[in-house]
Design a protein around this ligand. Structure first.
Ligand code: AMP
Ligand code: GLY
Length: 418
């Protein structure tokens, strides 16, 4: 029987996942809750159920005889959606609530790394403002200040001066800007080196790393300005050799998965390691318990295997057959609303796109009077694959520059900057 798949989430990552799943001849339907109106252009069935409405999601999955569900974003993972699906006999791909702590708590992640000798920046955590301030006053700059708990990629401040550090600490600990029950910060040593991410499929049979990807989180060209969810990505990454990927696997990913097992929080799903290649070798900046956005949009372009088979094998504790394209490079640029990651404009109409050379993955869009308009900070991503990074850059930007996008914003340097 053909598979009926339910994907949870509504961004460009989920659009790419759903589209890839639909390519399989073994898949009948891909439903996405809550999805976005742009996805329907690719035949994805968008379901109007919020990702925190576990009861309705379970009811839907039972009624539609869903083969399995795949949970995209971190919030439902942290809220135990995978556990709730499983308790009702519905197969679901993603970590349990307990295992998702690896992303949900910076403090938990740091302790895991310390206890398992996993290379990362030196750190201390604090909940008291004055103690935290004393610590930064005695340290060096820049210093990295991270809000504990989920912060949609925006909870990290790289303070160049004591003034900036003080403001960040006050925002998080005194004003509780991120609205956590007990605000905490992790204060970290600033690591120097080139960043990349390596995502892995994980089940009981083993760890299956993908190909390295590079995400540009800052809003402006030259990696300047505040961090966003991610403004562009490409894969593979020229400075990440097979040897470095192997080193990440043995010194970071394997001990992470082993450490989680020993804590009785076995991790299954996608483990995302955000890394910096320092002079001393790769070190962890962050873990995520899920696919990255926008990395997924470019990574899946490189997957030759049937994604629905890969996930089906992982869920049934079989060894998956995963084949990646060896040649060329995939690159994606995010088009955002003006003002993002601060207050931004909504309801800007999207032009009608002709997409012969590129692929579009929608995120913050909705349909109004028969046309798509912007409805979120990151609106869509444009992706292309070519023989080299330069060619892929050329392909995406030639296309972008031909579109009437004066009401939108995108970086000009994805693929041009290291
Ligand atoms: P995170 O949300 O933890 O990935 O951090 C967001 C961004 O802050 C990263 O992509 C890095 O550019 C930067 N960052 C985080 N931690 C460090 C660190 N210890 N040293 C240098 N840069 C960092
Ligand atoms: N691109 C970074 C993330 O998904 O968190």
């Amino acid at each position: 029987m053909k598979r009926n798949i339910l994907v949870i989430g509504s961004g460009g990552r989920e659009h790419a996942l759903c589209k890839k799943l639909l390519e399989s001849p073994k898949v009948a339907n891909v439903y996405c809750a809550k999805g976005n109106d742009g996805m329907t252009l690719d035949g994805i069935k968008v379901i109007d159920i919020a990702e925190d409405n576990h009861d309705e999601l379970i009811k839907f999955a039972k009624e539609q005889e869903i083969t399995w569900a795949l949970v995209g974003p971190e919030v439902p993972l942290m809220n135990g959606l995978v556990d709730d699906f499983k308790a009702q006999g519905i197969k679901a791909f993603g970590p349990s609530k307990e295992a998702a702590l690896i992303e949900g708590s910076k403090e938990f992640a740091k302790e895991l790394m310390m206890n398992n000798n996993i290379p990362t920046a030196a750190y201390e955590s604090f909940s008291d403002f004055n103690k935290a301030l004393c610590y930064v006053e005695e340290g060096t700059f820049p210093v990295v200040i991270k809000a504990d708990g989920l912060a949609a990629g925006k909870g990290v401040i790289i303070a160049q001066t004591l003034e900036e550090a003080k403001k960040a600490l006050a925002d998080i600990l005194l004003d509780n800007y991120f609205g956590n029950d007990e605000p905490k910060v992790v204060i970290e040593e600033f690591l120097v080196g080139r960043e990349f991410s390596l995502l892995s499929f994980v089940n009981e049979t083993g760890i299956y790393p993908m190909v390295a990807a590079k995400d540009h989180k800052a809003i402006f060209d030259g990696d300047k300005g505040p961090n966003t969810g991610g403004m562009g990505a490409y894969s593979p990454v020229d400075y990440v050799t097979k040897e470095i990927e192997q080193e990440v696997l043995t010194t970071i990913i394997e001990p992470t998965i082993q450490g989680m097992k020993e804590l009785n929080k076995p991790f299954e799903g996608i483990l995302y390691t955000g890394l910096i290649l320092t002079e001393e070798g790769p070190k962890v900046i962050e873990y995520n318990a899920r696919f990255g956005d926008p990395e997924t949009q470019v990574l899946l372009e490189r997957l030759i295997s049937d994604l629905s088979d890969v996930v089906d094998d992982l869920l049934n504790q079989r060894v998956p057959k995963i084949e990646w394209q060896e040649e060329g490079i995939s690159l994606g640029v995010v088009v955002s609303a003006k003002g993002y990651p601060g207050e931004y404009e909504k309801h800007s109409p999207l032009p009608d796109f002709e997409t012969a050379d590129v692929k579009i993955f929608y995120s913050g869009v909705k349909q109004e009077e028969k046309r798509l308009v912007s409805a979120g900070g990151r609106v869509f991503l444009v992706a292309a694959t070519a023989n080299s990074k330069e060619e892929a850059h050329e392909k995406v930007y030639t296309w972008l520059h031909q579109q009437p996008l004066a009401n939108f914003y995108y970086r000009q340097d994805i693929g041009k900057i290291v």
